[in-house]
Each structure stands twice: as structure tokens, then as C-alpha cells.
Ligand binder design. Structure first.
Ligand code: PTJ
Length: 245
């Protein structure tokens, strides 16, 4: 069905269409529809736009990625179809690696998603060769690339469950999470939580990275140090409560 541009919820409905198409072509799992619905509900509560505190987290995330030695952007089915184009652009600006890591892992899906991300212009996408394992994660999601997530110092992930976030933290990595649910275990465990839609977050981070890549190390370190994730999440919850009033 054609959705008219004049529809008040056009953007949100188009996003839905992309996830549905992702299911149809095998990139997104059926469970991804449920995850998306949950995200939509939280997005509604924050006003379907980037909030001031999400932008602060996005700026902090960019500072971490730019100053990292081996930053990796971890992507799954939903993330790829919603933000693939911007992820490729962000990787080009910052030099971060891209790795496909799936909760509902099948080799066929990993391959399909790697091909999709390459078709968007990425020179290299890791994940097809699972030659390392995240300690303590029994799930197939623990399979990762030695060169990518396993050796990364900073990992940016989106639409996650809390287990991998915790396991990556235990490995001593800095974890940045994009999650519209400020109460999720992922949101509470990550070092930097971006409570924003994954597409908007990556679009904002591309613009920020273009500006920030010329910043000096001292300035970038100051941005990182001045950020308090717990406080930022509290402010976001306060904003949501205000909307109820
Ligand atoms: O592609 P796979 O196999 O790796 O599977 C991916 C899904 C998303 C199915 C899997 O990771 C999953 O089941 O995720 P959860 O546990 O449902 O968590 C998804 C989280 O992402 C929830 O907290 C949602 O609120 C949040 N979320 C959903 N849509 C968005 C979002 N966050 C940011 N942007 C969104 N568009």
C-alpha cells in the first residue's frame, strides 16, 4: 500500500515498511518486528525526535569512537535495514570497522547482511568468519571476529539484549548502546547509552563526526570525561514523565 507523504506519521510508517521488507527478504527475523514495535512505543514517549540528552550521548559516543584504537560498529538485522546507509558513512568518516553480529544467527543471514552492507558502499564487513568467542556468552551471539569485536576497545551496538553488553564490559571494552528503552539492561549496563532511534542516532553522529574529527585529543577527552550515563538516563526518564503530565 502506498503511504501518502501527507500522513502525519509518514516517517514512522515508512520505517515500519523497511523492517517488514527486511523480513520478506530474510535480513530481519520475525522477532525483529516485535523489537521494532517496542522501540516505536518508546520513541512515541520521547516525542519521535532526538532529545537534548540523546544528542549529548551521541556527541560522547563520537568522541569515544574517534579516540579509540580499534572501534567496531556491531550491526544486526534491524539495524542494517534501518540505518545501513548511515552506518557505512559513519564508518568511512571515523575509520571504525563494521561487524555483523546476530542474536538469531544463521550463516545465511550473516552472509546476506554482509553483502547488503557492502552494496551500500562498505569496503569491508566483518562477521562472516567467526573465529573468536566472547567469554561467558553461551549463545551463538558470542561468535565474533578476532580482528573486530574480540579485539575492539570500543564497541557501538544497537537493539541488543543485555547479555552481550555485560559480557563485552567484562572483557574491559567501552560499550556504546543505541536503545530507545532507557530502562533496558543494555541501557543500564552500557558506558554510553543513546536513547534515540537508530537511524536518527547514526545520522546525527555522521554530522557530529565530520565536525569533531578535527578536535584535539584534550578536547575529546574532556567530552568523554564530562559524561555521566546514569545521570543522562535519569534526565531522559524525567523528560518522559513530564510528557505524561
Ligand atoms: O537480527 P538479530 O538476529 O540480531 O535480532 C535482532 C533483535 C532486535 C530481534 C534482537 O536483538 C532482539 O530481540 O532485541 P530485543 O531484546 O527485543 O531488544 C531490542 C531493543 O531495541 C528494545 O529495548 C527496543 O526498545 C529497542 N529498539 C527497537 N527499535 C529501535 C530500538 N532502539 C533504537 N532504535 C530503534 N529503531
Amino acid at each position: 500500500m502506498e503511504i501518502p507523504k501527507s500522513h502525519p506519521r509518514y516517517k514512522s510508517l515508512m520505517k515500519r515498511e523497511r523492517v517488514v521488507k527486511g523480513v520478506e527478504n530474510g535480513m530481519v527475523v520475525l522477532e525483529g518486528l516485535i523489537a521494532h514495535g517496542r522501540g516505536e512505543a518508546f520513541d512515541y514517549l520521547i516525542g519521535e525526535k532526538t532529545t537534548k540528552h540523546a544528542l549529548i550521548a551521541e556527541k560522547t559516543a563520537v568522541a569515544h569512537i574517534i579516540t579509540a584504537k580499534n572501534p567496531v560498529l556491531s550491526i544486526n538485522g534491524n539495524t542494517a535495514v534501518l540505518a545501513g546507509k548511515h552506518i557505512v558513512e559513519f564508518a568511512k568518516i571515523t575509520g571504525a570497522k563494521i561487524e555483523v553480529n546476530l542474536f538469531y544467527r544463521t550463516e545465511a543471514r550473516v552472509k546476506k547482511l554482509c553483502e547488503f552492507i557492502r552494496s551500500l558502499g562498505a569496503e569491508r564487513v566483518l562477521g562472516e568468519v567467526g573465529n573468536a568467542h566472547i567469554p561467558g556468552l553461551e549463545h551463538p551471539r558470542g561468535i565474533c571476529s578476532m580482528e573486530g569485536i574480540y579485539r575492539a576497545d570500543v564497541v557501538l551496538l544497537a537493539l541488543e539484549d543485555g547479555d552481550r553488553t555485560e559480557a563485552l564490559k567484562k572483557m574491559g571494552k567501552t560499550v556504546i548502546a543505541i536503545d530507545l528503552n532507557p530502562l533496558s539492561r543494555t541501557a543500564r549496563t552500557a558506558d554510553v547509552t543513546i536513547v534515540d532511534d537508530v537511524e536518527r542516532a547514526y545520522m546525527n553522529m555522521c554530522a557530529l563526526a565530520m565536525k569533531m574529527k578535527v578536535y584535539g585529543t584534550k578536547h575529546l577527552e574532556e567530552i568523554k570525561e564530562s559524561f555521566d550515563n546514569e545521570n543522562n538516563l535519569r534526565e531522559i526518564l524525567r523528560q518522559i514523565c513530564k510528557r505524561f503530565e
